[in-house]
Design a binder for this molecule. Sequence first.
Ligand code: EAX
Length: 326
Amino acid sequence: MFLKKLVLGSAFALGLATAAAGAQAEELKLGYSLAPTSHYGVGATAMGEELARLSNGKWTIKQFPANALGGEREMVEGAQIGTVDIVVTSSGPVGNFVPDTLITDIPFLFKDYKHAHAVLDGPIGQRILDQFPKHGLIALAWGENGFRNLTNSKHPVKTPDDAKGLKIRTMENQVHMTAFKTIGVLPTPMAFPELFTAMQQGTVDGQENPIGVILSAKFSQVQKHLSLTQHVYSPALIILSPAVWNKLSDQEKGWFKQAAMAGAKAMRQKAEDDAANGVEELRKQGMQVVTDVDQKAFQEALKPAYAEYAKKFGQAKIDEIKNYQY
Ligand code: EAX
């Protein structure tokens, strides 16, 4: 009853905007792990504006940034059961729900942003998005987190040998964990909301994330060294709860997809701006940056991991992505 009143109350507040549509506005809960100024926040805002525009105010989006609805795994679970409407998340924990996404988490799979966008926005990416419904989720679009870079509190890292023995937090992602184990790092899977404190208290020595995340989460406060390893492209996904999707008409489904695509575009733009301009800011904040990382040596050290991925996914499927023409 109380909830219903609240919904009616907010509908009343939005009355002017929705009067034209003649419908009651529905406010959707959208969660993500970073600050509102991050690429996720920028993407969520763009999506919300586009959805409100297309639906003439029938749907609006209320953002819950900074893990307010839980970590990424919990938010995806929330979307499955309908307690969260929309999630903007890295692919990190998503492979635990939809195993087909895991192939995108292979290190050094994508050469650059263009390559990643061409694959994810093309038939291969669509094939993966099509797997979500059978796992109780709807994937509206691929967004972007960005190329990940290693940070740590101990010493500069230029080669895999430098990284050996460091205790590094990884996402809760088997493909990433295999990679780090292979180069001799102690992978410690951990949910993102616990990470800052874990680094502050020395439970882990470091972590890896795109520049936009390192900036947004203020990791320069607890990490001295940044290596521009760019060791893996980190896709993001805009996920919708089937509880919302199943009530939509075909036209409305189109609006949600179009709005998500506008959000993904803005998210990519911001993630790439941060990657281009954010390193300077992190230097100013006191981080020491290794720019001449020996990527070849990292790829060499990862060979046994690549053999495992080939067994898991099939080399043909990996090559299809690697050799994709764009
Ligand atoms: O999605 O968990 C992670 O390291 C993610 O990259 C971060 O939450 C942004």
